[in-house]
Write a protein that binds this ligand. Structure first.
Ligand SMILES: [Zn+2]
Length: 336
């Protein structure tokens, strides 16, 4: 649109009545959500122009340096020892990713849980490899996004995923990866109980919506994983495993053991126990259990199992969705 035309519209807007302004606001919001990625990039460009900060040396003497072949603004740092050029994506997981005008649409598809194949079929206009790369760039950004410090009432517990080598190159070459026999999809672990086939995932939630999640090398790593993650004076609820008690004490927090009754399903059938309504304000592990239920549905259900290598990415994706506007949250992580 010509500048003159835009200015004409701007002055027209000033003459609108309040109801018309509200109507217009709704339209603008829709357009913003449709062009979310392109708008984020413009915002970023404007903020670099304003702050003049170099992503390489954090210096603040940056000048405009022409545009690249995708018409993206380039900048140059004038600091004596740096002198490097960059664009607004340098240093982010989206550096060198192309076609930002399509990221918004892609993120929408992802929020709707479309698989890579379905996204191609929906006509996004980029190839399979590009969509796959976008997925993992965005997810990788989300994987690194954890609440740094939990406070208030914290629920902590662990859950397990069956170790998976889905898509592993070892299989492509016809040999089983890491000396492990084939396990048909959906079989679950081949050994009973805890073994190396199970990957522990630790989750801690606070009542302000904070989520911290970690894939652990083994259960002995719980205490170390929680170090520095719990604010002093908090109340940590867990099943009472020693690691949680120690982590809470080390952080100067209080620990409460939540006793979960062990219910055997056939016994319940024979002699059903009336469930009590949960009393408001009572401590429990309900939220963390529900969270674990959700990540199981995402990873084992919707995604039909995820290679353990990518498990962290999908957990991050789920956290972004829990926080609300998933597409926007992912984009924010990716451009941080
Ligand atoms: Zn610099």
């Amino acid at each position: 649109m010509e500048l003159q035309q835009l200015n004409a519209i701007k002055s027209e807007i000033r003459t609108l009545g309040p109801e018309q302004v509200l109507d217009l606001e709704a339209i603008i919001q829709t357009v913003i959500s449709e062009q979310i990625a392109a708008i984020s990039l413009v915002r970023r460009t404007q903020s670099v122009i304003q702050s003049k900060t170099c992503p390489h040396c954090r210096g603040t003497d940056v000048v405009l340096h022409g545009k690249d072949k995708n018409l993206r603004q380039r900048f140059r740092c004038r600091a004596q020892e740096c002198r490097r050029t960059f664009n607004i994506l340098t240093g982010t997981p989206m550096a060198r990713a192309r076609k930002p005008e399509k990221w918004g649409r892609y993120l929408q598809y992802m929020t709707d849980h479309l698989s890579v194949r379905r996204i191609i079929e929906a006509g996004i206009g980029v190839n399979h490899t590009t969509v796959w790369r976008w997925r993992h760039r965005f997810l990788k950004a989300a994987a690194n996004d954890n609440t740094p410090l939990l406070s208030g009432v914290i629920e902590a517990d662990e859950t397990f995923f069956v170790r998976s080598f889905k898509g592993s190159r070892g299989w492509v070459k016809g040999k089983a990866p890491e000396h492990r026999a084939a396990r048909p999809l959906g079989w679950g672990a081949t050994k009973r109980g805890l073994s190396n086939e199970q990957v522990p995932v630790l989750t801690a939630l606070d009542n302000a919506g904070g989520i911290y999640e970690a894939i652990l090398p083994s259960l002995t790593a719980i205490e170390a994983a929680l170090e520095g993650r719990i604010a002093g004076g908090s109340v940590v609820c867990s099943d009472g495993a020693k690691a949680y008690v120690k982590a809470a004490v080390a952080a100067g927090a209080e620990h409460r053991r939540i006793v979960v009754p062990t219910i055997i399903s056939h016994a319940v059938k024979a002699n059903p126990v009336p469930t009590k309504r949960r009393q408001k304000g009572r401590l429990g592990l309900g939220r963390v259990n529900a969270h674990h239920g959700q990540i199981k549905v995402l990873v084992n259900g919707r995604c039909r199992g995820v290679s353990t290598r990518y498990l962290g990415n999908y957990l991050g994706w789920h956290r972004a969705m829990v926080k609300g506007t998933a597409g926007k949250a992912l984009l924010d992580c990716a451009l941080r």
